[in-house]
Design a protein around this ligand. Structure first.
Ligand SMILES: [Zn+2]
Length: 273
């Protein structure tokens, strides 16, 4: 394990430096972009058919090595998203427009006047801005994990697929919707370098290196919350040993692709892409 983790850290560091220098690690072809749009549509559909999102919530993916990402349009039910609906957001442009609208609105909080992206696109823009290691962000209002936020109880790494939530999911202390650049900065402070966080009285955020990783861990977050709830009823939930957490964290970087394929296979025939 000691040999793998520094390599991963080096990869992230290299990517960060390249993005800062404006050099893209990956040049995406049109086919790559079409495939990424298809994956964004699939990620949204999977969250819908897992019962974790309706028309609230969104799955996004960064175009690798850039400050742009794909996201579903506002208010569209997640289960019906097709690649042609997926829209492109430039992080810097988005933040600038949000700042201008905020100033125009006299510092009122209802400031998102941009037509197509979801109202809480700032969640995605702020995290991609703060975390060059993140290539996908999922935000939902899923029931059980959100209930933990309301109770002020962090979700813990209590089973293998929950290892990435170690040492625990931080909790953002406000239910307000995340519209402004300042809101974005604040959630990033709470998130730190973690893979998941809870938004008290609001929902959850999961992020990761790939869309597959972020999507499947949003599902595992709900399962972990359910498992932790049951474990708390019958005893005291115990956290996995650190060595096992480290092993599974690394392992899930790869296994997420298989897990995503599995959840994709559960989509009804008429919802497959
Ligand atoms: Zn929300």
């Amino acid at each position: 394990m000691e040999k793998i983790l520094p390599a991963r850290a080096r990869r992230f560091d290299e990517r960060r430096k390249n993005i800062e220098k404006g050099e893209f690690v990956v040049k995406s072809s049109k086919n790559d972009l079409d495939e990424l749009k298809r994956k964004v549509a699939l990620g949204n559909r999977i969250m819908f058919y897992q019962g974790l999102a309706d028309y609230h919530g969104h799955v996004s993916a960064r175009i690798p090595g850039t400050r742009k990402f794909f996201i579903k349009p506002v208010l569209a039910p997640l289960g019906e998203i097709a690649p042609k609906h997926v829209i492109l957001v430039d992080i810097d442009e988005y933040m600038e427009v949000c700042e201008q609208n905020y100033a125009k609105a006299g510092n009122k909080r209802a400031v998102t006047k941009i037509k197509n992206p979801p109202r809480e696109t700032m969640i995605h823009a702020a995290i991609y801005n703060a975390r060059p290691d993140v290539n996908s962000v999922v935000h939902t209002h899923q029931t059980i994990a959100t209930a933990f936020s309301v109770a002020g109880t962090p979700i813990l790494p209590i089973y293998n697929q929950a290892a990435v939530f170690a040492p625990e999911t931080p909790i953002f202390p406000s239910p307000r919707l995340i519209y402004t650049v300042q809101d974005g900065k604040e959630i990033c402070q709470t998130l730190g370098d973690r893979a998941a966080m809870l938004l008290k009285g609001h929902g959850i955020i999961v992020c990761g290196d790939s869309l597959e990783y972020a999507t499947v861990h949003a599902i595992y977050l709900e399962r972990t919350a359910y498992m932790q709830f049951i474990a708390s009823c019958v005893g005291k939930p115990s956290i996995m040993p650190t060595s096992e957490i480290d092993y599974m964290k690394e392992n899930m970087m790869f296994r997420s692709y298989d897990a995503f394929a599995y959840f994709k296979s559960l989509l009804p025939k008429n919802a497959r892409l």
